[in-house]
Design a protein around this ligand. Structure first.
Ligand SMILES: Cc1cc2nc3c(=O)[nH]c(=O)nc-3n(C[C@H](O)[C@H](O)[C@H](O)COP(=O)(O)OP(=O)(O)OC[C@H]3O[C@@H](n4cnc5c(N)ncnc54)[C@H](O)[C@@H]3O)c2cc1C
Length: 482
């Protein structure tokens, strides 16, 4: 054994399976002290009075930490909890319990890096070692067929090179036992949402899934989606759906907090291919996980440029900062049902489909011309599955400031609605006040006569807004402001 006592600092790796930091600590130290720290900066207000972490994500996080603690207790260990800046709390704890080293996962983006660096400095002053682990991706950073600072700018090239020259490493086993010593320090409690300055989110039965945080719920979701409902074999055909639990995997929230590892999902896809079926759909789920890797490596390569208005493309454009229009968008009151229904889903549940995200993001940046970073910030707050690289990376691409060779990321909302919600069921689900409008007309209430609207109980400007943008042709919306 190299050490007597090591702290394992859990961050976005809230799991026991495939956890390199935990596994190595168990191998290299006689005693292990698992720790989680609730960082108050994550719950502050940012621009426009938006809370950095909204209630849905915070609740999911509390559940995930609670589940991790239970699972650690199941291994005769525990999880010490602290509220405060990790770079202050962890050195204090290390001193108090005389830990010799702190093991943790490596992050890639600026705020997280700043915390890691400050922690390393503080620990160094106390003579405490640190060791970081790469944990979040399907392909390990050391196995990339290029140095990370030469990550291909174009996804297809990235994917093809990884698929051809790299291999996904095997998952790391869950420790069988974790030696947690007798210590007298305070173990800490899971905070209430109110302690973090948040309210309990409203519970909605209309969401795609009742998301519960934690490794156990993640495993159960995979079990249901792959094995019980046998939905993986049709993933490619259904993944653009809008309603119901099984049009896509819904793994994202658990992946974002590391409750499930992408390599574990990969192994389960392989097992499914052997035991059930191998087809384009089974491959496509892995394909999507490679998108996730891509955004992470692009973020590592480009650093804080992913948060800048010009993005990694250094593309200068005119962006508006119109708060009124922005809040119309955010609150789902644009008068464009496909946008509003998706935003209502986000606000009422913390989740939104990939198709929905593409459309509402395109609407904000292309039709309203609003600073794309406001949209990304709003998603950061609201999304239960917020992942810094996937969120800011996808927003950059929609805004045309990523290095996407497809220049025009414009989504024609009506066309999209026509493809993905022809009968209007998605709108009926989220905007019941339009519910009586039959068929596709529900997507364009302003095209109906006053009499027709009255017969459906719709009063534009009263129980549903007039559109904030008008469309001159069925092809392209044009903004009525500016
Ligand atoms: C504007 C915008 C913002 C987004 N923000 C986030 C975010 O904060 N967190 C997040 O996890 N995803 C984000 N996405 C990507 C994608 O929409 C979600 O990952 C997906 O909808 C989650 O549902 P699912 O787990 O059922 O996905 P599935 O279709 O089942 O895909 C499986 C997994 O692949 C990964 N994946 C799929 N599509 C993408 C993608 N385009 N980019 C990166 N990874 C992908 C996710 O980890 C997902 O869980 C964003 C997309 C857009 C357009």
């Amino acid at each position: 054994m190299k050490y007597n006592r090591v702290i394992v600092w859990f961050k976005n790796d809230l799991r026991l399976h495939d956890n390199a930091a935990l596994f190595s600590a168990c191998k290299e130290s006689s005693e292990i002290i698992p720790v989680y720290c609730f960082d108050p900066r994550q719950f502050n207000e940012v621009e426009l009075g938006i809370q950095k972490t909204g209630s849905f994500r915070a609740k999911f996080l509390l559940e995930a930490v609670d589940n991790l603690r239970s699972n650690l207790i199941g291994l005769k260990s525990n999880l010490i909890l602290r509220i405060g800046k990790p770079e202050e709390q962890i050195p204090l704890l290390a001193e108090e319990i005389q830990a010799e080293a702190v093991y943790f996962s490596e992050e890639v983006t600026q705020e997280e890096k700043n915390v890691e660096n400050a922690l390393e400095n503080a620990l160094w002053k106390k003579g405490v070692q640190t060791r970081t682990f790469w944990q979040s991706t399907l392909f390990h950073i050391e196995d990339l067929p290029f140095p990370v600072n030469q990550t291909p700018e174009v996804f297809t090239q990235f994917r093809k090179e990884c698929e051809k020259f790299s291999k996904v490493r095997k998952t790391i086993q869950k420790p069988k036992s974790i030696n947690f010593p007798e210590i007298s320090c305070d173990l800490g409690l899971i905070p209430e949402l109110s302690t973090l300055g948040l309210q309990e989110p409203a519970s909605s039965k209309k969401g795609v899934l009742p998301f519960t945080g934690g490794e156990d719920a993640a495993m159960q979701r995979l079990q249901t989606y792959f094995w019980e409902n046998d939905s993986l074999k049709t993933y490619k055909e259904t993944r653009n759906g809008l309603l119901g639990p099984d049009y896509s995997s819904k793994f994202s929230a658990w992946l974002a907090l590391g409750c499930i590892s992408p390599r574990f999902i990969y192994e389960e896809v392989n097992r499914y291919e052997t035991l059930r079926k191998k087809n384009d759909s089974t491959y496509w789920l892995v394909f999507e996980l490679i998108w996730r890797d891509y955004f992470r490596f692009v973020s590592k390569k480009h650093g804080s440029k992913i948060f800048s208005l010009q993005g990694i493309k250094n593309h200068v454009d005119n962006w508006r900062k119109d708060e009124k229009l922005f809040w119309n968008w955010a609150e789902g009151s644009t008068g464009i049902p496909f946008v509003d229904a998706n935003m209502r889903e986000l606000n009422e549940t913390g989740f939104i489909s990939n198709r929905g995200r593409q459309n509402v993001a395109s609407f904000l940046v292309n039709d309203l011309g609003i600073d794309w970073r406001w949209g990304a910030m709003y998603f950061e707050s609201q999304l239960i599955d917020y992942d810094v690289c996937s969120n800011w990376g996808n927003w950059m691409y929609v805004a045309g400031v990523g290095n996407d060779p497809r220049e025009n990321r414009y989504f024609n909302i009506l066309k999209q609605a026509n493809i993905y919600d022809k009968k209007g069921d998605f709108i009926r689900h989220w905007i019941p006040e339009l519910g009586k409008i039959p068929g596709f007309d529900i997507h364009q209430p302003d095209s109906l006569t006053k009499n027709e609207l009255r017969s459906y109980g719709v009063h534009l400007g009263a129980n549903y807004p007039h559109p904030i943008v008008a469309f001159s042709t069925r092809e392209k919306w044009t903004s009525i402001k500016n």
